[in-house]
Design a protein around this ligand. Sequence first.
Ligand SMILES: [Zn+2]
Length: 212
Amino acid sequence: MTAKPESPLAARPDAPDTTGPGDPRIDGIAPHVKEIIRILGLSPETDPNLTGTDRRVAKMYLEIFSGLDEGTRPNLTTFPNDEHYTSMVIEKEIPFYSMCAHHFVPFYGHGHIAYIPNERIVGLSKLPRLLDFFAKRPQLQERLTEQVAGVLEEELKPLGVMVVLEARHLCVEMRGVRKPGSVTVTSAIRGVFKQKAVREEFLDLLRRPGVI
Ligand SMILES: [Zn+2]
């Protein structure tokens, strides 16, 4: 296959290669990406749109799978619950992006995390960070949901935790059954959220439109 004349949308051949040397894993992954491009019948050497794609993809993988790197798990800073706050704390509509472990295409959506404190409370910014950390690896939505709930239960020892994730899976929308717009919902429940009334309170607050 020969390279087509450059379209206005084509990457400029003089566009700087921002990938750089850096992480040795880029050199490990890039040749395999190039080989896939070749096997698909394309010309990574001559097609200006594919110049550098191998290294860009390699670098992107390292970025979107950074949750696999050692030392990236966020420290959950907790504080003593001195005010004896025992109502529900909810962080909702937290956007997340992950990659389906079965197909290596994205699934993405929103997470809603609730807990009822016991002895400790957690800094609110840690909840999105925790979701982000577990999302940045090849994942299953079910496992992602459980992992977030599991860590909060383990580290906060709250009265209860509930995590709900709503996501669109490109492996369902672009290929396979091709059902654009379908949403997969998963939940993980710990402690007092097993009681229907507590769970309902959380779900009711999720349904309420934002007022901010
Ligand atoms: Zn998939």
